[in-house]
Design a protein around this ligand. Sequence first.
Ligand SMILES: Cc1cc2nc3c(=O)[nH]c(=O)nc-3n(C[C@H](O)[C@H](O)[C@H](O)COP(=O)(O)OP(=O)(O)OC[C@H]3O[C@@H](n4cnc5c(N)ncnc54)[C@H](O)[C@@H]3O)c2cc1C
Length: 459
Amino acid sequence: MGARIAIAGGGPTGLMMGRLLAKDGHTVEVFEAAHEIGGLCRSMDVDGYTMDLAGGHIMFTRDQRVSDFWDELYADGEVCTHERQTRILHQPNHFVSYPFENALGELPLEHNLDCTEGTIRARLERDRIPEPDNFADWIRWKMGDGVAKHFMEPYNRKIWKADLREMNTKWIAGRVPDAPFEDVLRASLGDTTEGYTHQSVFRYPLRGGFADIHDRIAEPIRDSIRLNHRVEAIERAPDGRTWLVDGQPFDHVISTVPLQHLPKILVGMDAAAADAARRMQFRGVACYLLGIEEDLVEPYSWVYLPHDSMGPTNRITYLSNYSPENAPTGKGSILAEVTYNPDTPPSAGADGQRLVAEGLQSAGLLEADRVQVSHGVLNPVSYILYDLDFEAKRNTILDHLDGLEGFHAIGRFGRYEYHNSDQCLARAFGLHERLAPILEAGGGDDRYAVEGPPGETGR
Ligand SMILES: Cc1cc2nc3c(=O)[nH]c(=O)nc-3n(C[C@H](O)[C@H](O)[C@H](O)COP(=O)(O)OP(=O)(O)OC[C@H]3O[C@@H](n4cnc5c(N)ncnc54)[C@H](O)[C@@H]3O)c2cc1C
């Protein structure tokens, strides 16, 4: 007899868990609050243009198992492969390569001098000064004043909508490109070096936008997905061992619900853990799809817009470059991302769309009166904000949750791990591997954290 397993959340993590457990013969039920599956990886059609709702998403991974799984999922070949072409818009109409430190020679001479001198000074002083634990000081300690001034500070202030002194540095490894000193010097002399090479080739579904991956993952469990069902109560059943999810009995619960929402849902949550969960900080991303004429499309995958003078957008993706199916023939598309503090959401409507288009026009990326279609979407829970007491809060919450037999917290916000969807799939493989023998044996004590392979973001 298989186990009955409730999965709260039908994003990549929940869907993958459902697929793996259903394949083992267990009865799964995936509860999804929205009217469709996919979470942050959803896509929609806007008058013939494909829009990825939570910003530009690409398929890339360092995890062989995930890569093999994607191969299997796309054995029909319905996937596009691209070389990453990313740029930073340094000034209107002046693109430089990404990462910034690998492209100093492409900057105006004065800016190159600032950055190169700062890099050298920082390198000479670094061994004398202990590594700072706040992001603002870390930037200057690691990269020097010039890179801080011309890119890192304006860009990070724009994306995080936070005081960088109030952010920690634990999340940086693998997230902020770390160019070797020699590469930076070479770059400043005009030899642009390549950085962040693990992302240099990526894939993207041919049809249906990024959501297609998760539609395919969900295919075998379609009948087990309950849409428009926001889980409101998870509690121990009277037997003290199994669980009730909105009154329905289950042996196990897998929760991808953002931790900050759990105090309202998880009955009897430990008070300290609930308090910490309420204080977890996050940021939203407003996304705007702009349908444009093909001649306005640059030959890039995505472009960073670090400066406020370029409008509210922090990054654009030329989504029509990802798949020929993403825009009607002869047309192209831009997907603009504007991060926000959830307390002060921007307009997703006409006002917000106009502001974004005008900003892109001032940056030289658009002729606003040639935008043919535009659409905006708010995604309130999109980025984890790594504030100074992040680790302490998270540990308090997870120590409690991981001690609950039969309850498993997993996912980008279900566990507050800065994971892309590939890492979410990797975590799902990992949890499944640990759960499978326990479920096979018919239950038992299963206290295990969702630890990943060494070297990944984890506790
Ligand atoms: C701007 C941006 C760019 C990104 N780029 C990439 C990229 O290039 N490549 C990549 O692989 N990844 C990328 N990601 C990351 C990717 O979006 C996430 O890793 C992934 O979506 C996380 O999956 P998840 O299932 O853990 O969470 P989510 O996708 O957040 O899904 C959680 C689901 O749970 C549901 N839910 C929440 N509460 C409840 C409840 N109480 N009851 C029922 N359902 C509930 C939500 O509606 C949602 O559907 C990007 C993310 C952002 C924000």
